[in-house]
Design a protein around this ligand. Structure first.
Ligand code: PHB
Length: 396
């Protein structure tokens, strides 16, 4: 016999979106159960991007989700765009009065997990969710098996799918229909973590005749770097020297600080938006709802923006029986999602080379980069999007 448990909000997925939502709901007096198939160790050690928008940082700090971001994170006031042998700085505070923070996603996760556990959050790890039933009723149910393999059923007032790009909840929202909006790219990133000091003060996004490279950072002693590669590349096929050779070639003009490479991976590029973000009493947030290529560093920030909106909608629904904000969730969330889709696509296509690109395409790309860096309007657009548009909390 499966016992049926009850909660107000069942949140499937303990990534940044799911944990932050449980945190905001708890502050509004709404209890939730958060489920994830991974262990705490896996959740806290997933290597993801490292850039937080100004609004994301403000929210984490103001809601008490993370204070470490201010002490252990690093404020970045600009990035460098490198092309045709020259570097061009985009000065964020001068252009838009905002900055970003370099604070890796797994650190955000550590802070969120610690904050939620300290607050007594019902967090069920290593639990496999099989499906969500009765989305169109006022009693949607999450069905699966717990860490010990025992079946469970949770009946909630609302179910949220924050379970990433391979979301199980998504089909309860979209009905498994076609109509996904997506784009694939003919390249990927070869990413490394290495033991070395930073090679420059700020991140370098480099367009070179040999393809794109990004010099990012993690700490004073560990760096993250990427270079464009084939989507089918085998991360173990290159020697450390071959990796350094590839990076040097793509960032001419900067002497890279080299060191032991202790982690490598290939990140495929995809843009995706689910055809529906909500059906009845089930909604999607974060990567379950959309995926962006990593070039604009928008992934986690976009998840946070969804969560802020859905939190407003759930408080209105569950405290005041007011469905109007929830009815507006999809439309309002999609406005920012498509702006971020555009920005991520734009940064990606402006900086990478494609196998079929002609000489005309290369020169046009350099013309595009030049029109951005030589125009205050161009630099301002980039700075505005990169540091993040203001977080919307109102839905109606
Ligand atoms: C990263 O540090 O992992 C990173 C930074 C900026 C990006 C993408 C990834 O645009």
């Amino acid at each position: 016999m499966t016992t049926v448990e009850r909660t107000r909000v069942a949140i499937v997925g303990a990534g940044p979106a799911g944990l932050l939502l449980s945190h905001l709901l708890a502050a509004s007096g709404i209890e939730s159960i958060v489920l994830d198939r991974r262990s705490r160790e896996e959740i806290e050690n997933t290597i993801r991007a490292g850039i937080l928008e100004q609004g994301t940082v403000d929210l984490l700090v103001e809601t008490g989700a993370s204070t470490r971001v201010l002490t252990d994170g690093n404020r970045h006031d600009g990035i460098e765009l490198r092309f045709a042998g020259e570097g061009h700085r985009i000065d964020f505070p001068a252009l838009v009065g905002r900055s970003v923070w370099l604070y890796p996603q797994h650190e955000v996760l550590r802070d969120l997990v610690a904050a939620r556990l300290a607050a007594g959050q019902d967090l069920r790890l290593e639990a496999t969710v099989e499906r969500v039933d009765d989305a169109a009723t006022t009693r949607p149910r999450v069905i699966g098996t717990d860490a010990a393999g025992r079946p469970f059923e949770i009946e909630a007032d609302f179910v949220v799918g924050s379970d990433g790009s391979r979301s199980v909840v998504r089909s309860a929202v979209t009905g498994g229909t076609r109509g996904d909006l997506f784009r694939e790219y003919p390249f990927a990133w070869f990413g490394i973590l290495c033991e070395a000091p930073p090679s420059s003060d700020e991140l370098i996004y480099s367009n070179s005749p040999d393809g794109f490279a990004l010099i990012s950072q993690r700490s004073a002693t560990v760096q993250r770097m990427y270079f464009q590669c084939d989507p089918d590349a085998d991360p173990d096929a290159l020697t450390e020297e071959q990796i350094w050779e590839a990076l040097r070639l793509r960032v001419p003009g900067t002497e890279l600080q080299e060191g032991h490479i202790f982690q490598r991976d290939v990140l495929r590029f995809r843009s995706f938006v689910a055809p529906e973000l909500r059906h009845g009493r089930v909604a999607l947030v974060g990567d379950a709802a959309h995926t962006v290529p990593p070039t604009g560093a928008k992934g986690m920030n976009l998840a946070v923006a969804d969560v802020v909106l859905l939190h407003t909608a759930l408080v209105a629904l569950l405290d005041d029986d007011d469905e109007r904000p929830l009815d507006a969730y999809q439309e309002v969330a999609l406005r920012r999602i498509w702006k971020a889709q555009h920005f991520s696509w734009w940064m990606t296509t402006m900086l990478h080379s494609t196998p079929e690109a002609s000489e005309f395409d290369h020169r046009r790309q350099l013309g595009e980069l030049r029109s951005v860096v030589e125009s205050e309007a161009g630099r301002t657009y980039l700075a505005e999007a990169y540091t993040g548009w203001p977080l919307e909390t109102r839905l109606v």
